[in-house]
Design a protein around this ligand. Structure first.
Ligand SMILES: Nc1nc2c(ncn2[C@@H]2O[C@H](COP(=O)(O)OP(=O)(O)OP(=O)(O)O)[C@@H](O)[C@H]2O)c(=O)[nH]1
Ligand SMILES: [Mg+2]
Length: 239
């Protein structure tokens, strides 16, 4: 009997101890055969690393933890987790946040759409996609126009340029020069989308509703936003 494809979900964590149990439960409840989670934790002071190790012991062989010494940014955490996933022979690699903003229940649909695409993006800005109902108009506008601005600056075609919920066909991911990525913070998501577009990969989008985190705190900062402006600007001219 042939093995079902190996699905590896890479999740960077920084101070997400309160979210890991529910996230893990909801992912494994999907019952996707041959699925593995890799948490990449940056020495979170709130005990996320310990919580992740406990889950790794409960789900032996299906959940792995990469511990880094300090907060090195979600971009480099993804690059580290992706190379681990590929070295373990993943067929499909997914990325998502740990704070339950990305609904784990969309994972099967993302994987299914990989049948006709190299990359599938969980997207707020396609029909039926959206953001948390509780968002005020000002926050919606900031998110929408921020995304639009990044698309215009970088020349990205994908509708949700800053989505951190993506699925990759392993060969496509392997084809990217991730060592050359420059963005450490959330701009990494657009840098990644841009790298896929330069490679002329087929990118599909699947609608998701992005929910606000209910536990833990956002890591967004002025420095991370500044990085987005400075490092995404030159992308348009990168080859
Ligand atoms: N390993 C690691 N993970 C990080 C780091 N910064 C953020 N993360 C994780 O990256 C994901 C996204 O971070 P969030 O703080 O939710 O930021 P965001 O989703 O852009 O912003 P919000 O919408 O305000 O939540 C979460 O799973 C974080 O725990 C980091 O420096 N290292
Ligand atoms: Mg978040």
């Amino acid at each position: 009997m042939t093995q079902p494809p190996l699905v590896v979900i890479v999740i960077p964590t920084y101070n997400e101890a309160a979210n890991l149990d529910e996230l893990t439960r909801r992912i494994f409840a999907l019952g996707i055969p041959n699925t593995k989670i890799i948490f990449v934790d940056d020495g979170s002071p709130d005990g996320t690393g310990e919580a992740a190790e406990k889950l790794a012991a409960e789900h032996e062989g299906r959940l792995e933890v990469i511990q880094r010494g300090g907060k090195l940014g979600l971009g480099t955490a993804y690059v580290r987790g992706f190379s681990q996933a590929l070295s373990e022979g993943a067929d499909y690699v997914l990325q998502m946040d740990a704070d339950l903003s990305h609904p784990p229940e969309a994972i099967p649909a993302l994987i299914e759409k990989l049948g006709g695409a190299d990359v599938v993006v969980g997207s707020r800005y396609v029909e039926e996609g959206g953001v948390d109902e509780s968002w005020r108009l000002s926050r919606r506008a900031l998110s929408y126009f921020g995304n639009l601005g990044i698309r215009l600056i970088t020349g990205l075609d994908v509708r949700d340029a800053t989505s951190g919920f993506k699925a990759f066909e392993a060969g496509a991911l392997r084809g990217l020069d991730m060592g050359g990525f420059r963005c450490a913070g959330f701009a990494f998501q657009a840098e990644m989308a841009h790298a896929c577009q330069r490679k002329a990969y087929t990118v599909a989008e699947h609608p998701i509703i992005f929910m606000d985190r209910t536990k833990g705190r956002s890591k967004m900062s002025a420095a991370i936003l500044a990085e987005a402006v400075w490092k995404l600007l030159p992308l348009r001219w990168r080859r």
